[in-house]
Design a protein around this ligand. Structure first.
Ligand SMILES: C[S@@+](CC[C@H](N)C(=O)[O-])C[C@H]1O[C@@H](n2cnc3c(N)ncnc32)[C@H](O)[C@@H]1O
Length: 293
């Protein structure tokens, strides 16, 4: 196991022609990967090879990158902004924090992190940093452009960098971050356990894991929510972004994701302690939190 882990660390990423991260492995990794490719998983309600899921998810975000931020506002009537604000309030970063925002896409969480620190900055604060990491270069490119346009790259208190990488096999050292966030990203990953293992590995002892994800309604109008999700969201995707299929996948993937308790157990199984979660909007989304002790 220890040998396997260290082999995972011997990886490097590069960009492919279509802008996705390509992970290069050393030879002993290949067997494990071949074994994996035989297994089946879900891509929305479809049953596909695990390897195929990764490619299909890549394609979804490749396709929607340009319209991603607009569609988030349209689909959630802007409510995703409030969820992300609450997420940052729960993280409550202090100056000097080194954050890894995984599946960070177009930078929404990173920008909130910078604003949070800026709004509370004192004259003697030490510098903080955020690494935005995502498997999809197109999403990161949109994020970089937004960061430049909105002046985040010139921020003197928070360094920001962008790393194209797979959350399941991070080319990042052990024990290197104080906080790890992942918002609306983990349900798109093929091996959730691997993502959690990697989160645990790169966090320093005492570091915090925080995940914002669509979840399962605990009460409230389930049928209305279902009708809205399945009947309206793909249609909106077609009208606003000219794409039906990616939004159909997004809705289906929410139903496939483990419920709050099951996901909590998965986080504990990865080694995290003091694992808790909070339902927001009747469980439409949940924030899970855990610590590396
Ligand atoms: C719904 S977006 C969320 C983006 C951002 N966190 C936000 O809240 O706006 C999901 C992101 O997960 C990324 N993603 C999917 N699978 C991934 C993986 N295995 N490793 C890293 N990122 C991944 C996608 O490329 C996409 O940018």
């Amino acid at each position: 196991m220890a040998l396997r882990r260290s082999l995972f660390r011997l990886i490097a990423t590069s960009k492919t022609r279509n802008g996705l991260c390509k992970v290069k492995y050393y030879s002993s990794q290949t067997d494990t990967q071949t074994e994996r490719e035989k297994k089946k998983t879900h891509f929305g309600f479809e049953t596909v090879d695990e390897d195929e899921k990764t490619k299909k998810v890549h394609k979804v975000f490749e396709t929607v990158a340009d319209k991603y931020d607009l569609m988030n506002d349209v689909m959630s009537f802007g409510v995703h902004r409030l969820w992300k604000d609450m997420f940052m309030m729960m993280l409550a970063p202090t100056p000097g924090t080194k954050l890894l925002d995984m599946a960070g896409g177009t930078g929404d969480i990173a920008f909130r992190y910078i604003n949070y620190l800026k709004n509370r900055a004192g004259p003697n604060d030490v510098r903080s940093s955020v690494t935005v990491s995502d498997i999809n270069q197109s999403m990161l490119d949109v994020g970089k452009l937004r960061a430049e346009r909105q002046g985040y790259t010139k921020d003197s208190m928070v360094d920001i960098d962008w790393v194209c990488a797979d959350a399941e096999e991070l080319p990042l050292p052990d024990d290197s971050y104080n906080a790890y966030t992942i918002a609306f990203g983990i349900r798109n990953c093929t091996h959730i356990e691997k993502v959690l293992e990697e989160a645990y590995r790169v966090l320093r002892p005492g570091g915090r894991f925080l995940c914002l994800e669509f979840s399962h309604l605990t009460n409230g109008p389930l049928q209305v929510y279902d009708q809205y999700s399945f009947q309206v969201i793909p249609v909106m995707g077609q009208i606003v972004a000219g794409q039906w299929q990616p939004y159909q996948y997004l809705v289906e993937s929410i139903r496939q994701f483990p419920d709050q308790e099951k996901f909590k157990t998965m986080i504990e199984n990865a080694g995290f302690r003091q694992v808790t979660y909070e339902n927001i909007s009747f469980g439409v989304v949940a924030i899970h939190s855990g610590f590396k002790i």
